[in-house]
Write a protein that binds this ligand. Sequence first.
Ligand SMILES: *Cc1c(COP(=O)(O)O)cnc(C)c1O
Length: 368
Amino acid sequence: MNKPFNDCGVISRYREFLPVSDATPVISLSEGSTPLIHSPKLSAITGGEVYLKYEGLNPTGSFKDRGMTMAISKAAEEGAHTVLCASTGNTSAAAAAYAARAGMKCAVLLPAGRIAGGKMVQAYIYGASVIAIRGNFDDALRLVRELGETGEYAIVNSINPYRIEGQKTAAFEIIEELGDAPDIHILPVGNAGNVTAYWKGYKEFKNLGRSSKLPKMLGVQAAGSAPLYHGAPMENPETVATAIRIGRPASWDGAINAISESGGCFEIVEDSEILAAQKWLASHEGIFAEPASAAPVAALFKCHNQAGKTTRCTTCPFGQTTQGAKVVLTVTGHGLKDPDTAKHAVTEPIETDATAEAVRNALSRLNS
Ligand SMILES: *Cc1c(COP(=O)(O)O)cnc(C)c1O
């Protein structure tokens, strides 16, 4: 029998590993099963075997869809009418889309003026009620926790454990694709739900004998927004990578646990390094990532440069070597989410008459 069209997505692919039952209505947009793209150039530079898990190819353009299919399906099972979340942009896009799919209302609390253009448009077009908070993400999340206490709204931030459950499926896919876990996994860390989720996924498959080892986890923060790296919450986090502009990560303990249990480390990268990595990834491997998603590439460059020297990052897996190691980087979101920040790469086009000669002249000027 042919599979019905809706019989895909992470819940149907990994149902036995998720807290769902026959009573759970599956609200899915066929998220997950994203490509694990080999990076010949990063492999050559590091001497390892480097792969990019391209989560920007999920239905709303970020990994948040994996968690949201679970959170919204469970909210539907529990009879919720309205879902609520705080967001730096991608959670709200995913919540709005999945709520629309489920026929639920969705309200999103966003830090005023600090949401990337593409993400803002998504919240509106999927029909969410958008409230801009005069404050940052941490303020928005504090309010969501408070409003959630009445039981009036289903909260779909990653403080909702079903989000973590859905997001762990990315680790399952990587193990299935590589035939084992990688040696090193690098991802950006903001609210820290994803690093917590990957570590949970890697451990579950290891315990089931589906992989022989666990990767070292490398969590990357922006230098101006690095509470986990410094070991203390930050009041006014600042970075061009708005998806990780978070001073009080909700999954603090989960992140610390993933890093320490795995023998990995936290690393920081400057905004300039993030933007350079974003441009490098697009122009060398053809993958356009939003700024937060380029942070792992920036970290790989930074740590690799340090690897030959004595590095202050003593716990870092790169203090050892990437030579021969299998390395996976999560590209968490699509570059089209935040076209304004990518404008650093745009120059004034040369305008010409519509003749071949004029175009030839213009091209020769560009190449000189
Ligand atoms: C949410 C998000 C992150 C950060 O993930 P956390 O689970 O909050 O640590 C990183 N990159 C993108 C594109 C995101 O949307």
